[in-house]
Design a binder for this molecule. Sequence first.
Ligand SMILES: Cc1ncc(COP(=O)(O)O)c(C=O)c1O
Length: 400
Amino acid sequence: MNYEPLYSDTAKRMRSSEIRELLELSQRPDVISFAGGLPNPDSFPIDDVRRILNKVLDEQGSRALQYGPTEGIKEFREVIAEFVSKDGIDASTENVLITSGSQQALDIISKIFLDKGDVIIVGLPTYLGGINSFLAYQASLEGVPVDENGMNVDMLVEKIEELRKKGKRIKMIYTIPTFQNPAGVEMSEERRKRLVEISEEYEIPVLEDDPYGKLRFEGEPLKPIKAFDDNGNTIYMATFSKILSPGIRLAYVVASKELIRKMVIAKQSMDLCTSTLTQLLGYHYIKEGYVDKQLPKIIDMYRKKRDLMLAAMEKYFPRECKWTKPRGGMFIWVECPEEVSTVEMFDEAVKNKVAYIQGRAFYVNGGGQNTMRLNFTNAQDEQIEEGIRRLGEVIRKRVK
Ligand SMILES: Cc1ncc(COP(=O)(O)O)c(C=O)c1O
């Protein structure tokens, strides 16, 4: 059977993420990879998970293996509302939707908001999984530069004005304000507050994606954008992928009740509900203080890896390169001089047995040819210096 003529327009538009293909190359056992965005498996609390799952199966096995409500089980939504309130977000149970990973939340939000040609404003650079979700619903993506203080809000206003003049319908501003993927930077409190004002002034919702906020190595915690928003214009999402494990596929959205109801309808046709078993796991993980026990261990592990990588970069990267020094999260962003194309350099890097992600994948309007994203959480400590030494050697050859 030739399936080609049968595919939907949506399927025809879909393209395999270039990252996915690059990742395959970088997974060769002899390659030191800074490419994937994977947590370190040593950070998974396997014994705690076993203990919690045994308890859940002993005490409420039938329920754990049954379908649950689409919005998520009640006690877990309650616990999430309490959990986010510690960060200054005012939420009750009805404001919470449990999803199967925050990638599903991105898909649900795209599904309920986007028609062909609708504009989403994103950071330059921004998370590729977000870009792909929006594109699947035929959105038109517009970028606003991100610097060391996050998305440039003055340029955001200019962009909104410019797009409105052209008669464009702007549906959302998508941002990852804390330890951004891919750049590792934090949006300042001033910009967070200004973003809330802009959202109100122009009546454009903000989609705040916060997978890394809890992975802070130093500095005072910054409140999420949603904590500054009294009008329900911000849709907040976070995930268990980086504070427990990505394999359990558990995340949550906090938004107005009305929006949650709409999202529930969209989710129904995707998977009926998120796994009841993993929701009960997530519930106990938070309720019984496991998250407070595990987070400091993850943070210590990742801080050490970040320090190893930054120290190696100081030693081996040419002076002409610039890079971010993230206070948390999982990524360092590198800007090489203009003449260094990280796209052209990639094969040579893999030959030299080191891999990264080409920065251009995170730019919606082209550009970023001389940039790259380095993940510091997944490699073994002893591989980090050697990997950076190999990468430095490849870059150095191309710097004029
Ligand atoms: C910014 C951002 N959003 C969403 C996701 C998806 O996370 P999840 O595992 O919860 O689907 C990731 C994963 O790396 C991410 O970096």
